[in-house]
Ligand binder design. Structure first.
Ligand code: AMX
Length: 474
């Protein structure tokens, strides 16, 4: 089965080349880049002048929904099947990506969660890494994850009234002074052919430092502010849990491995990913790009939804408890929607079925927390709420999205400060945004610069008041 899936997926890559499962990530990337650039240039030469579609005025005014005009190679989102990471679905990745412990022949179907380190390799190269390659990454992130006392002091001096996402953005902006890309560019030592390399170096540094930065924010905002020393030998997710103060809690470590893997990427049009892509197109270094991504993610329609879900559930529980009727849930949904508010954790701009990332976390809850009262309530809600939301004709998708379940799992496994949940999303999303950035630099994508038009233009366009020549020019 495993071999079949892998062979089938490898056809997904246009350019085949010999993949050495012993080579380190940067070597694999260095070998792939010229081959992929060739494929990219050939496609552009062949089809560059072809027309891809039409745009309606509603699309232009409606958040550009459904306009396919971005290039993004590492993941796709299908309205029914959901996200595919380099052609692999979430259940396939659950099976195929390396885990903390290599399963023996007998427990090949072992249900451990994949390591996000492996997803980083897959998103960058399109290849499933070996255990050896993931171990190299784990070690490298461990070594590069140390941060300066200056940065820790900077975080610890921030106003505790700030949201943790604001603290994260500020911490990354502060750390921008360590950008190798920015420094070398400033010294005129970069040229277009090595942009990707220093983007890669900054990306690895930034990703490696995230557990320490996030844990510092967590302990400053919610605990006693005392840092917990880094522990050698842990994977990225377990290191984060350890430094937050959750020592040796293996179920939480497993949840974080799952969480940090499935939130990493969701094609190129999402607010956070697109924001980082846009800033990157002006040659902003990875620190600038990720600050933008994080501020985009911090909006309640996007990444903040995971904290909103938990708040919404806790408000309900405060009144009704955990043992409730379907009718009580329906009434709560009605009250929320009819008062012009959102039911967080439901709906999506693209998906038209339950999000496979939600389903993955649902299974996790079933496996580890089946008898937990909040998880039981959540499962009841995910049954009842879509039926109720469907009755509101304006809502395109009544189904649970990725944020529906994550907060309740984190809450039950000890992370009860729900303002922190979006920071966890941000840590994971960094993997997707930054791998994209490396490839944008390798392909030499230009500055992004679509055009806008004023109200008069839209009014005049269909009354033939704009001469044809001017229309074409615009
Ligand atoms: N509760 C109440 N109303 C909702 C709704 C929900 N869960 N989902 C959509 N709607 C409303 C919209 O606000 C919009 O109202 P309007 O007609 O007054 O403008 C209408 O239904 C049509 O919206 P849509 O086409 O179904 O969705 P969209 O593409 O405009 O927005 C999304 C998608 C995710 C922003 C929206 O479903 C939403 O706000 N959901 C709740 C917040 C949430 O869970 N966000 C997380 C999404 C995943 C992520 O990025 N992390």
């Amino acid at each position: 089965m495993r071999k079949q899936i892998i062979n089938c997926k490898r056809l997904y890559h246009q350019n085949q080349y010999f993949f050495n499962p012993k080579a380190d990530l940067k070597t694999v990337l260095r070998e792939q880049i010229p081959i992929k650039i060739q494929g990219f240039n050939e496609m552009k030469k062949k089809y560059g002048d072809r027309v891809m579609g039409e745009i309606t005025v509603n699309q232009a005014l409606g958040g550009m929904r459904g306009i396919r005009a971005l290039f993004y190679d590492q993941s796709t989102v299908d309205p029914i099947d959901g996200v595919m990471f380099r052609g692999y679905s979430i259940p396939e990745l659950h099976e195929l990506l390396p885990k903390l412990r290599k399963p023996s022949a007998e427990d090949f179907q072992s249900d451990q969660q994949p390591l996000p380190e492996g997803l980083f390799f897959l998103l960058l190269t399109g290849e499933l890494p070996s255990y050896h390659q993931v171990e190299l990454i784990r070690h490298e992130w461990d070594v590069r994850g140390k941060v300066s006392d200056e940065l820790i002091n900077f975080i610890n001096r921030l106003d505790n009234k700030m949201h943790p996402m604001t603290m994260l953005s500020l911490a990354i902006l502060y750390e921008q002074k360590t950008s190798k890309f920015a420094q070398l560019y400033n010294e005129s030592k970069l040229n277009k052919s090595n942009y990707w390399e220093y983007t890669y170096e900054d990306s690895v540094d930034l990703i490696a430092k995230l557990p320490r930065i996030a844990a510092t924010i967590y302990r400053k905002k919610f605990k006693d502010g005392k840092p917990i020393a880094h522990k050698d030998g842990l994977d990225w997710s377990a290191q984060l849990a350890h430094m937050m103060g959750f020592e040796g809690q293996e179920t939480l470590n497993e949840l974080l491995r799952a969480f940090l893997t499935i939130h990493a990427d969701h094609e190129g049009g999402e607010v956070s990913t697109h924001a980082s892509h846009l800033v990157g197109s002006a040659l902003g270094d990875p620190y600038l790009c990720m600050t933008t991504a994080y501020t985009g993610l911090a909006g309640p329609l996007h990444g903040l939804a995971n904290q909103e879900v938990l708040k919404w559930i806790l408000n309900f529980v405060e009144v009704h408890g955990y043992d409730v009727t379907n009718r009580q849930i329906e009434d709560y949904v009605n009250t929320t929607v009819l008062s012009g508010r959102l039911v967080p954790g439901y709906g999506h701009a693209v998906l038209r079925r339950p999000d496979p990332r939600f389903l993955h976390l649902y299974d996790f809850g079933n496996k580890y927390l089946r008898d937990n009262e909040m998880i039981r309530l959540l499962h009841q809600m995910t049954d009842v709420i879509p039926r109720r939301l469907r009755t509101f004709k304006n809502i395109s998708s009544p189904y649970p999205n990725v944020d529906c379940h994550s907060g309740a799992l984190l809450y039950q496994l000890g992370i009860q400060e729900y303002q922190f949940y979006t920071v966890l999303f941000a840590i994971s999303r960094s993997i997707g945004c930054l791998t994209n950035l490396v490839w944008c630099r390798a392909f030499g994508l230009p500055i992004e610069r679509p055009e806008s038009a004023d109200l008069a233009y839209y009014n005049n366009l269909f009354q033939n008041k704009i001469p044809k020549q001017e229309k074409d020019d615009q």
